[in-house]
Design a protein around this ligand. Structure first.
Ligand code: NAP
Ligand code: MG
Length: 502
């Protein structure tokens, strides 16, 4: 592994990016395979527009092959019947192999979706590995229950794996999204078929290659790259998939509920969109830190974060001062080469998505006051980048206050008192994250209690930790990723009632 010092060296990252081998084939039944159709699709580097690799384009036939091999491995008990200790060791070994390739994985993610390599290497990849280790450690430390039954009877209540788990994930945190689903599903003993997003299949494929190397039996983890309408839909409608775990947009989440209803009533767990509020009260003493966190909260990953604090709700008495603090900080985030560790803002995932974000910015210019940014730009004459953008005087019914933009665009709304702040925060179809800034402990409790969100940070924006459940209320979805509670999605309660003979 490269030394940490190399992370500051731009030429190191360009060299790593050039030399890292890019996986291109699907992984089905423990083998690297082409699509039955022979088709491939290009995965693009959005910072340059260049094609990185031609990836196998799986469709319904390949998904069916993958589900068949997952089912076979599950029924044979190759994985689920191994001792908890043995399963833990395989998953920890996988974490070790990923750890040894951290820099390569970081370069791959930066190339594939325009993410800053400093964020990928400094945060995303180590976080993903940490989460895998966390779930691995859980395998041999989880107890089941014994029911309080009359003498002469024993009721064993156990959590058992569901069988074949399908996972369909987005492009914003490619390795994390794969691991957030696969790690708890595998830890529980399931077999998995994963479809990564078409924009960013590389690290999910490498993850599955390394899983085989770590000793995960063939067929237990299958990865079928391809498109949502074909491969994703086939997984959602498959009659032999027991559970479908999805992260992505609310619109596609709704489709997965329909697919399940039209097919076999598979369990569906959804982590969808968000429009997370950050509420800053005038009694917040450290506005400097609040401003730092609001800015990094909306600019991390170019704002392409489901739980990004994209609605700033700030008390009228401090609004002008707080806006000054934000604009000062945002000026430091100039779009730059994602492989340059000095860059502070990377590329948008693709030109099409950047164009969508620009349409929101145009709507914002009509309905609010543009305070900073607002332009699409290139870096070295290429790629899809967008300046950090702030709108103030945003009305609660404005499009930019209601819809998820998924870009570096902050909508600022004012409020007079606590009741109005809570009403504004909850005025959304979403309920994923929220953040409250105050030095009044009673207010912190009161307000966080009333905000409808899966995670409310007090004096912190968008905290993520393997021990904390992640997921939302309302149209942000159902079920929780991370923590012990993730296992609830990938297991069912099974009771065995034993009556003894006297
Ligand atoms: P998306 O369009 O919903 O895609 C997510 C996944 O679903 C991709 O693998 C996609 O395949 C697939 N898909 C697309 N259309 C499909 C269809 N008709 N049937 C079955 N599968 C289909 O979302 P995205 O644009 O990649 O990601 C951004 C969204 O994800 C945002 O709304 C964001 O809030 C959400 N997100 C949520 C969380 C969370 O935990 N709550 C985390 C990250 C992101 P293709 O790639 O081939 O289109
Ligand atoms: Mg790509």
């Amino acid at each position: 592994m490269a030394k940490i010092a190399d992370i500051e060296d731009r030429s190191y990252w360009h060299k790593t990016a050039k030399s890292v081998p890019l996986p291109t084939q699907a992984i089905i039944g423990g083998r690297q395979v082409d699509a039955r159709s022979g088709k491939r699709f290009a995965t693009i580097n959005p910072a340059t527009g260049e094609t990185l690799a031609d990836i196998v384009e799986g469709d319904a036939t390949d998904v069916d092959d993958a589900v068949t091999s997952a089912r076979r491995s599950f029924d044979a008990g190759h994985w689920r019947n191994q001792s908890p200790l043995a399963r833990k060791r395989v998953l920890l070994k996988l974490a070790e192999l990923l750890n040894a390739e951290q820099q390569q994985l970081a370069a791959m993610e930066s190339l594939d979706m325009g993410k800053l390599v400093r964020d990928a290497a400094g945060n995303d990849i180590p976080t993903a590995i940490n989460i895998l280790q966390w779930h691995a450690e859980e395998v041999d430390k989880t107890y089941d229950e014994v029911a309080p039954l009359p003498v002469g009877n024993v009721g064993l209540i156990r959590r058992v794996p569901l069988g074949v788990v399908g996972a369909v994930v987005p492009w914003n945190f490619p390795l994390n999204m794969a691991i957030w689903k696969c790690a708890p599903a595998l830890a529980a003993g399931n077999s998995v078929v994963l479809k990564p997003a078409e924009q960013s299949p590389l690290t999910a494929l490498r993850f599955a290659q390394l899983a085989l190397e770590a000793g995960l039996p063939e067929g237990v983890l299958n990865v079928v790259p391809g498109f949502g309408e074909t491969a994703g839909q086939a997984l959602g409608r498959h009659m032999d998939v027991d559970c479908l775990a999805f992260t992505g947009s609310t619109a596609v989440g709704k489709m997965f509920l329909r697919y399940a209803g039209d097919s076999n009533l598979k369990q569906v767990w959804l982590e969808c969109g968000g429009k997370s509020p950050v509420v800053v009260f005038e009694d917040c003493e450290d506005l400097e830190t609040a401003a730092d966190q609001v800015v990094s909260g909306i600019l991390y990953n170019q704002g392409q974060v489901c739980s990004a604090g994209s609605r700033l709700i700030v008390q009228d008495s401090i609004r002008a001062r707080f806006l000054d603090l934000l604009t000062e900080r945002m000026a430091q985030y100039r779009p730059g080469d994602p492989l340059d560790p000095q860059s502070r803002l990377g590329a948008m995932v693709e030109a099409k998505h950047a164009a969508n974000v620009m349409r929101y910015i145009e709507a914002g210019c009509r309905e609010a006051t543009l305070v900073a940014g607002g332009n699409a730009v290139t870096v070295n004459g290429r790629g899809s980048f967008i300046e950090p953008t702030i709108f103030s005087d945003v009305r609660p019914d404005a499009v930019i206050a209601r819809e998820e933009i998924f870009g570096p665009v902050l909508a600022v709304l004012g409020f007079a008192d606590e009741a109005e702040a809570i009403a504004l925060a909850n005025d959304s179809v979403y309920g994923l994250g929220a953040s409250v800034w105050t030095d009044n402990l009673s207010r912190a409790h009161r307000v966080s209690e009333q905000i409808v969100a899966g995670v409310v940070g007090v004096n912190v924006v968008d905290p993520v930790n393997p021990a904390i459940p992640f997921g939302g209320f309302r149209q942000s979805g159902s079920g929780r990723d991370l923590s012990r509670h993730a296992a609830e999605k990938y297991t069912a309660l099974k009771t065995t009632w034993i009556r003894f003979k006297n």
